[in-house]
Structures are given as C-alpha cells and as structure tokens.
Ligand binder design. Structure first.
Ligand code: CA
Length: 409
C-alpha cells in the first residue's frame, strides 16, 4: 500500500476516526471508532489530522495494517477502571465455547492493562442459561456470549444472525457481517433492546445430528422429538417432528432418558466431548440447518458507551479474535474426533438421502417465506442475507466448489 492507496492513521483532538482510506471503490471514506465507513472530505482530513496510532479494533475490522500504526497516541489515556459481568449460554468453561468466553475476558483485561475486568459466569451460575439477552438488556450483566437464535422469542429476526438452514458458510457469513452490511442490520435489530452485538465465534459447517433410528425418507421425521434450535427447528416441525430448544448442559441427559429422540449439537469434536455417541447410534451429515453458526457477544449499550474509545476498540478486537479462534479450534479438531467416533466407538456415520435434503430445503424456503411475510425486520434482514448469499455463491461456484470437488487432495 503506497502513495494514494496508503492507509493514513489519524488522531483528532477528540478522536472520531481511526483510519483514512484512499481506495478506488471507496473515495472519501473513513473508518470511525466503531469500525464503520463514513463519508469524509479530504480537505477536512488535511485540516484536522495528524498521523498517529489507529485504534486496534477499528483497524482490525477494517482489515488494515500499517507500519505507522505503532506510533503511540499523543492523548492521555483514561485510567478509570471498569468491572463487568459476562453471562454465557454455555456450562462453565465449556470447551471452545465457554473457553472462548473466558479468553475474551482475559484478552480484554490484558489489552486494557486491567482497566476493564470481566467476571465470566457459565449458564445457571448467575442467571439461567437462556436468559442472557434479557439480563444484558436490563443491565444485570454487561455482556453475554451465546448464539442469536436463542433469542427468537424476543424477535424472530435474531435467527438470521445465528444460522440459516441452507444458508451461508462461516467464511461467507463473516464476509456478509463485516463487509456486506450484515453487522449494521444486526445492530439495528438489537438497538431497541439496548444491546450491541458482535460476531464472536463460528462453528463452521455442523453435523446433521444424532439419531437412534435411520432417516430414510422425510416421513421418518414424523413424531420425532429433536433438540434443534432456530429456523432448523421450524423446518423439523414442518416435517412432522417436534423441535425442542434446550441449552447445551441439558441435552445429554434428555437424550439418554428418552425425553428427546434425537439431537443436533455442533460437530465431531464437540459432540464427542458431549458424549452423544453413548446415547445414540447414528450420526448424520451434513448439518443443513447450520452450515455456519455465528456465535455472538452482546454488550449492554449504555455500559459500552460509558467506556472510553480505546476500551471500546479493545472489546471489538477481542470479539473479532474470538471469532477466528473458535472457528480454527473446531476446524483443526473435527476430523481427528470424527475418526475416534467411528474407529473407537463404532458410531455409524450416515448421509441424509438426497431427496430428504431436497424436501428439507423446500420446507426451509417455506418457513423463511412465512417469517418474512409477517415480520418486517426479518424481511429487511433476509433480503440482505439472501442477496449476499446469491452473489457470493456465484464466486464460490468457480472458486471453493471447484477446488473441493475437483482438484483438492
Ligand atoms: Ca447446532
């Protein structure tokens, strides 16, 4: 990046902008403290700016790096300290998901040199596991780590930010959220609830779930009681099953005792740790219902706005780091544990038949059509989601799809 393509890092007396871009597709745009593009006149930049450090989170979200970034800020940093609580939808210190929440808190404390300390609570420790949305909205805790589809009871549209059946994969979801307008829509949706959402993890493509009977036709879902959250649950209901929403800590016992007949969870690594292979015979793929599940960090808006700009940037940076860390953990371990399940525990791996997947896809389209017809925010968000999926899919057709099916070893 040289000459007119350079990224200039600027500091104003009261810094509002983190970085200035001269880019052919983005003339006169700056990234503000929230990592968002804004219009900005070059003459204002020349008049007001001096070249110094960019805030870390805004720089990261904008995808920039700069050799000028390390210059220390001329501003005195606030020494005010903050003590926050983070609730989670996971059991305490749950592998990857709860660990990630613990790490977000640790990273924030390290980066802020102790100015923002966060006590993390597992589900049920401070509040019930699936009440984080309300708790953070009310300020009982300042943060919650979980998945947005757990809050469908608050707003149906939340589900589009968790996972969409036959929707986008992790990479495409991140592209939509960070670079395709998705995060702005997410913030708009949560604003009336006094919440600020951030992507903070992704599971990658999930598995289809654990069953004790074979799924040979769509009729095999009839009467099936399955733990499956979000829009995928509505699809199972349309197929004649009943969808149960339960937090991670309750699923194994419910499956073992026959309270539910089947469950989906995440993928081989995490499902192995959950022990589902001890309570179900068949392990189906693919995870049509969650081709990429985004985990979220929600923050109480009032509390976030009380933080000085550098702590706000630190929170955003920690969330972004968790986003890539969790996906990497799942991706690096899934194959190893898939082998363990099959070779050491005799799990029967099965692929959903094509006609079953085709019918589930048809039902998913119907479920979403009905939802967007009755809920304006769902309509607005899904319009953006589906357009992005179509556009990004065009590229995937001749990039990843060909790579995986044609030339990958
Ligand atoms: Ca799942």
């Amino acid at each position: 990046m040289n000459g007119d393509d350079s990224i200039y890092n600027i500091s104003l007396a009261k810094p509002k902008y983190a970085a200035y871009f001269m880019h052919p597709d983005r003339p006169n745009r700056v990234v503000n403290q929230e990592g968002r593009m804004e219009k900005f006149e070059r003459r204002d930049f020349i008049k007001k700016a001096s070249v110094v450090a960019a805030a870390g989170g805004a720089g990261l979200l904008a995808g920039c790096s700069s050799s000028q970034q390390e210059t220390p800020s001329t501003q005195a940093r606030s020494t005010k300290t903050f003590q926050w609580k983070m609730v989670t939808t996971w059991p305490p210190h749950f592998p990857i998901l709860g660990e990630g929440a613990d790490m977000i808190a640790r990273w924030i404390e390290e980066m802020s040199e102790g100015r923002l300390k966060i006590q993390v609570y597992g589900g049920g420790e401070l509040i019930p596991a699936l009440e984080g949305f309300e708790a953070v909205s009310q300020g009982v805790a300042q943060m919650c780590h979980g998945v947005s589809y757990y809050w469908a009871g608050k707003s149906q549209a939340t589900q589009f930010f968790g996972a969409v059946p036959f929707g986008m994969n992790a990479q495409q979801l991140n592209a939509w959220l960070y670079s395709g307008g998705g995060l702005e829509l997410w913030e708009e949706l949560y604003e009336p609830f006094n919440l600020i959402p951030m992507p903070a993890g992704n599971t990658g493509v999930q598995m289809g779930g654990w069953f004790n009977k074979e799924i040979n036709t769509i009729k095999d879902f009839q009467g099936l009681k399955m733990r499956i959250p979000g829009l995928g649950g509505d699809v199972i209901a349309r197929a004649g099953g009943s969808a149960v929403l339960s937090a991670g800590g309750e699923i194994y016992t419910n499956l073992e005792r026959g309270v539910i007949d089947a469950t989906e969870w995440v993928g081989p690594y995490h499902d192995y740790l959950m022990g589902f292979h001890k309570a179900a015979k068949y392990y189906y793929y693919p995870g049509w219902h969650e081709p990429g599940a985004t985990l979220e960090l929600i923050t109480n808006k009032g509390a976030f706005n009380q933080l000085p700009p550098d702590l706000q940037a630190i929170v955003r940076t920690a969330a972004a780091r968790a986003n890539i860390w969790m996906l990497s953990e799942f991706e690096s371990k899934n194959n190893l544990y898939l082998k363990k399940l099959v070779e050491e525990h005799n799990v029967q791996l099965k692929r959903f038949p094509d006609d079953v997947l085709a019918t589930l896809r048809k039902y998913a389209a119907e479920v979403i059509d009905e939802l967007v017809a009755k809920d304006p925010m769902s309509k607005k968000i899904y319009a953006s989601f589906s357009k992005f999926q179509k556009d990004v899919g065009g590229w995937a057709e001749l990039s990843e799809k060909v790579y995986y099916t044609g030339i990958s070893g």
